[in-house]
Design a protein around this ligand. Structure first.
Ligand code: NAP
Ligand code: MG
Length: 479
């Protein structure tokens, strides 16, 4: 599959390609171009040129194009879902959820775009401004680079590209190298839908080369990246000299806290569903399970029994519950993290092994508070490390003892206790009696601390991807 630059289907200018491999069976699926700096320069030039008219295109016309695009997605839904499953190792059922989300997200951002009103600051609110009226106007930033991670490529494409273009920006999308195909197809459908050349482009290639180049490029006004904290910091450094806007949605190590008065059955359901969906590769999945000692044995037994019944296998088989992680390389990292946790005192009660890109669903009990996984080691795979605690103060301190601050969850029947936790957890979202992997397109989603800068969602992304202009009508007020 090729890139889409200035409305054209293009290979890399030097002809270099990168293979895309199915992590389930190691079979070659397709290849994508390994873009050169010249390719990026061409895309940036096309975007800057397209922006002159796109920023003046009325919002209702932009929404008409979105609707054309959604019609094409509907016609291609099955093929897109299959492609996403093949290149990612996620099950066909999980891929179908991501397909459905395209409609939810693009409709929601379109509705919001049609209802973004500006503000009038009337005369006479402030001394010496008896006759000055100020209007605020929201303007697009210009060219926005959208850098997408592998785990939910379509969801994050929606979260970034929809608000960016609806607000009048032009975008250059850079998908993850492991699974770029579905994103390339979506951009191709946008071209077919009638978006003008240069408004939406997709470039493929390694983050370490073209991702870096995009981050330094003077022709780009903003970078919105979802990915790891290490990469986020690198992008922030590279973007600083050109004062680009940055929006960073990064890693997490969310605590899942079960208090003494929690509903145990609910906690088991939430824990199992949240930790193993997408083979555990979710930024805001609970990744540290902190259980009050009174529930500890029952919780460990119940989650282990439940997980032991999950079926592994071909991700394209609708009966398969858990697929592979994104690559064998990623699976090896998870395997090493499991071993480290065991060396640090944890005891495996289920799983612990790896075969190719499959990581067996793993439950590790008795993980000491001192283990890396209880602090800054994010495990991006199907692993549930469980620790016991005795007091609410102790568990709150542990939950906050991490560089991350994405989300957290607390289970209790006492709303006063719940509110104490929500006030004191240092993270961007807290779920009471549910897992922190809860995410809707409407909500503002973002991390504190090393989990990011800014916030994404229907409520907040338009603020991130626009700038406010003030227009003063001097001396015309009536005081
Ligand atoms: P990643 O390795 O950081 O990659 C994310 C994207 O950045 C990819 O497109 C990657 O390209 C690109 N990239 C890599 N190095 C770059 C550089 N130096 N400059 C610019 N771009 C660069 O993350 P991942 O492994 O795909 O995703 C997993 C991580 O994302 C986890 O830490 C997870 O918690 C986090 N995440 C966060 C959220 C959130 O909303 N907070 C959501 C999902 C995932 P290549 O593929 O070519 O390397
Ligand atoms: Mg990666």
């Amino acid at each position: 599959m090729n890139m889409i630059i200035n409305g054209q289907d293009l290979p890399a200018s030097d002809g270099e390609t990168i293979n895309v491999i199915n992590p389930y069976n190691n079979e070659w699926i397709d290849s994508v171009p390994s873009a050169t700096k010249e390719d990026i320069d061409t895309a940036v030039k096309a975007a800057r040129s397209a922006w002159r008219s796109w920023k003046k295109t009325p919002v209702y016309k932009r929404v008409d194009l979105v609707n054309n695009f959604l019609t094409l997605v509907e016609q291609n839904r099955t093929g897109l879902g299959k492609l996403l499953s093949l290149e990612s190792g996620k099950t066909i059922t999980e891929a179908a959820v991501e397909m459905n989300n395209i409609f939810t997200a693009w409709h929601a951002f379109s509705e919001k775009a049609k209802h973004l009103y500006d503000t009038v600051i009337p005369a006479g609110l402030e001394y010496n401004h008896d006759n000055n009226i100020v209007l605020t106007k929201r303007e697009p930033l210009g060219v926005v680079a959208c850098i997408i991670p592998f785990n939910f490529p379509c969801n994050l494409f929606n979260q970034k590209v929809a608000p960016a273009i609806l607000a009048g920006n032009c975008v250059i999308v850079k998908p993850a190298t492991d699974n770029p195909l579905t994103i390339c197809r979506l951009v191709s459908l946008m071209r077919e839908a009638g978006f003008p050349d240069g408004v939406v482009q997709v470039v493929t290639g390694r983050g370490s080369s073209i991702g870096q180049y995009l981050s330094t490029h003077k022709g780009i006004d903003a970078i919105t990246l979802t990915g790891s904290t290490t990469v986020g910091i690198e992008v922030a450094e590279k973007a600083a000299p050109s004062l680009k806007r940055i929006a960073l949605e990064l890693g997490g190590n969310d605590a899942f806290i079960v208090l003494e008065d929690a509903d145990l059955e609910l906690t088991v359901n939430e824990a199992v569903n949240a930790r193993f969906f997408n083979a555990g590769q979710i930024c805001c999945a609970p990744k540290r399970f902190l259980i009050h000692r009174s529930h500890y044995e029952a919780f460990v037994t119940a989650v282990t029994e439940r997980i032991a019944s999950f079926t592994f296998g071909d991700p394209l088989n609708p009966d398969t519950k858990v697929g592979t992680v994104i690559s064998e390389r990623a699976a090896r990292i998870v395997e090493d993290q499991i071993q480290l946790t065991v060396q640090q005192g944890g005891r495996i009660v289920l799983g612990g092994s790896r075969e190719g890109a499959f990581v067996a669903l793993t439950v590790i009990r008795d993980v000491p508070f001192s283990a890396d996984v209880m602090h800054d080691m994010e495990i991006f795979g199907p692993v549930m490390p469980i620790a016991a605690f005795d007091s609410a103060d102790e568990v709150l301190e542990l939950a906050n003892a991490t560089i991350y601050g994405l989300g957290g969850s607390v289970f209790t029947r006492d709303m006063k206790k719940a509110m104490k936790f929500t006030d004191n957890l240092e993270c961007g979202s807290v779920v009471i009696n549910g897992s922190s992997y809860f995410r809707s397109f409407e909500m503002p989603f973002g991390g504190f601390k090393y989990s990011g800068i800014g916030s994404e969602g229907v409520l907040s992304t338009f603020d991130e991807l626009t700038q406010l202009k003030c227009i003063t009508l001097k001396g015309i007020g009536n005081y």
